[in-house]
Design a protein around this ligand. Structure first.
Ligand code: PGA
Length: 252
């Protein structure tokens, strides 16, 4: 049975106090309201991690939104996976389209991030997704498959089973336009088939593939009901506890 995972990606939002308040509200609501077998993750900015980590219960895990590829040293402004681990982080988002676009992160660089995350026993949430132009040109499936091939297909089968994939069509992120269930399910199935072509169907069947992009409590029930959608990476709707927990509740 593959794991169902809903992760909130706060992005660059919430000052220190706001972050503590939001995390503790989410934590309490999840404790009281969520019985389903869903792993909830809060991916907060670096400044929050140590404090937010202390107030989360077992049902909500701590995630980071980025990491660097080196263990330590003269890399001003960067944070290593060892450092993240030391404050209780267990998930790390990598390859978000915003980092690919604004910080020029390449598939090769992301392959290095995946390696260091796995070496430390943490779980990478590897984001992939196409632009609207690529979809209109009909190359979206090949493009997403190549992101997977280039950043992940060097992994051993055992390592690959520890990876979470987040499919986030760029045109749906923060736009209010979500992929239709047919579009999302189609891509998730193609991703799973692509993994199966390299690692075999039974391994592919165990991989959690989240959907992300304007996912909210209204569209989540339909999206999460799709055969190959195993959770969500939630941006805007994770910034209010009630909204985020309502998305989590849509995961049955
Ligand atoms: P959104 O962001 O839910 O605000 O569209 C999702 C993401 O970028 O992870």
């Amino acid at each position: 049975m593959r794991k169902k995972i809903i992760a909130g990606n706060w992005k660059m939002n919430n000052d220190f106090e706001q972050g503590l308040k939001l995390a503790s509200e989410v934590n309490n609501m999840v404790k009281d309201e969520i019985n389903a077998d869903v792993q909830v993750v809060i991916c907060a900015p670096y400044i929050h991690l140590a404090s937010v980590g202390k107030l989360l219960s077992g049902k909500v895990a701590l995630g980071a939104q980025n990491c660097y590829t080196k263990k330590s040293g003269a890399y001003t402004g960067e944070v290593s996976v060892e450092m993240l681990k030391s404050v209780g982080v267990s998930y790390v988002i990598i390859g978000h389209s915003e980092r690919r676009e604004y910080f020029n992160e390449t598939n090769q660089f992301l392959a290095e991030k995946v390696n260091i995350i796995l070496e430390n026993g943490l779980t990478p949430i590897f984001c992939c997704g196409e632009t609207l132009k690529q979809r209109e040109e009909g190359i979206h499936i090949d493009f997403v498959n190549s992101q997977l091939t280039d950043s992940l297909f060097h992994l051993s089968p055992e390592q690959f089973t520890k990876v979470v994939i987040a499919y986030e069509p760029i045109w749906a992120i923060g736009t209010g336009v979500t992929a239709s269930t047919a579009q999302a399910q189609e891509m998730h199935e193609k991703i799973r088939n692509h993994i199966a072509s390299k690692y075999g169907a039974s391994l592919a069947n165990e991989i959690t593939i989240q959907y992300g992009g304007s996912c909210n409590a209204s569209n989540a029930p339909e999206l999460f009901a799709c055969a190959d959608i195993d959770g969500g990476l939630i941006g805007g709707a994770s910034l209010e506890a009630r909204k985020f927990v309502d998305v989590i509740k849509a995961m049955k």
